[in-house]
Design a binder for this molecule. Structure first.
Ligand SMILES: *Cc1c(COP(=O)(O)O)cnc(C)c1O
Length: 309
């Protein structure tokens, strides 16, 4: 299991690449604090874990990396591979957002489309890695990835030393298992609460049953959280360190995105806003990890007022 010393080592390794993102106070006076990973390089926290893993691959002699991702992990792997002078092949779902695909291609990576579920594209990426001699970089079920994501937790402790409650979006569980490890192994009294969409409640159901449960394909607007089950490595960490998993509706996710955009002036994607949706129920001085900001804005969204005639 990843321990806090692994996360501290990851932090040293990724220091020159990742941004120490700010903690923003809600300007509307709700008391909410936002750990602003939508302001991370590549627009999501995924760069932390990807950098930690790809740097190890390069140190071990790899020249080519491959992964399967709904977008943000793919973009992160493409970015760090480009920076390190390595090749990258990214398998994305057939319905991946154009902004995310453009982001991946802008780093010079090859994009392949496959299926709709994370299992399909991960299997395809692993196959590509075997066939072409690349190193497969999992999006969450990997110790280096988890340790990299955990650097979010180390920064939170420094930036908000008196933090008491932290809400974290949950997909495959890499972000929350790393972050919870950093928080709980430093300060066990911090409450760590995972947040999933009602439509992608695999970790919530797994907690209820006490064992890993898989769900079918889902259509939640939070496309980064459409995983079908918690990871093999992330699940025991969730069981050990996460205090609770809560669910938010699609309407609550949209409302949180609107609030962040209109009131807080932050561009946040639905997956990144589920934590804020949950935190808004209670309010007060609680911290929400805002995990990403890669959202497609349609031109009509950018027109602030009706045009005069
Ligand atoms: C990947 C992702 C998540 C979920 O992270 P996991 O490590 O899979 O739990 C949350 N938010 C955004 C924006 C993501 O890209």
């Amino acid at each position: 299991m990843v321990a806090i010393h692994d996360i501290k080592a990851a932090r040293e390794r990724v220091a020159g690449v990742i941004v120490r993102t700010p903690v923003l106070e809600d300007p509307c006076g709700s008391g909410l604090l936002f750990k602003a990973e939508h302001l991370q390089r590549t627009g999501s926290f995924k760069l932390r874990g990807a950098t930690n893993r790809v740097m190890r691959a390069q140190a071990e002699g790899a020249e080519h990396v491959a992964t399967g991702s709904s977008g943000n992990h793919g973009q992160a792997v493409a970015c760090i591979a480009h920076r390190l002078g390595m090749r990258a092949t990214i398998v994305v779902p057939r319905d991946a957002s154009p902004a995310k695909v453009r982001g991946i291609r802008s780093y010079g990576a090859a994009v392949e489309f496959c299926g709709l579920t994370s299992d399909e594209r991960l299997a395809r990426a692993a196959e590509i890695a075997r066939a072409r001699g690349a190193v497969f970089v999992p999006p969450y079920d990997d110790e280096d990835v988890i340790a990299g994501q955990g650097t979010v937790g180390l920064e939170i402790l420094e930036q908000v030393p008196d933090v008491r409650v932290v809400y974290v979006p949950v997909g495959g569980g890499g972000l929350i298992s790393g972050t919870a490890t950093a928080l709980k192994e430093s300060r066990p009294s911090v409450r760590v609460i995972g947040v999933e969409p009602e439509l992608a409640n695999d970790t919530y159901l797994s907690r209820q049953r006490g064992e890993v449960v898989s769900i079918g394909p889902t259509t939640t607007i939070a496309d980064g959280l459409r995983t079908s089950h918690p990871g093999e490595l992330t699940w025991p960490v969730v069981q050990r360190y996460v205090d609770d998993i809560v669910l938010v509706s699609e309407d609550e996710i949209r409302a949180a995105c609107r609030y962040l955009l209109r009131q807080a002036k932050q561009v946040v994607e639905p997956s990144g806003a589920v934590s804020v949706a949950a935190a808004m129920r209670t309010g007060g001085r609680v911290l929400a990890v805002v995990s990403g900001g890669n959202v497609d804005l349609a031109p009509e969204d950018l027109v602030p007022f009706p045009t005069p005639h």
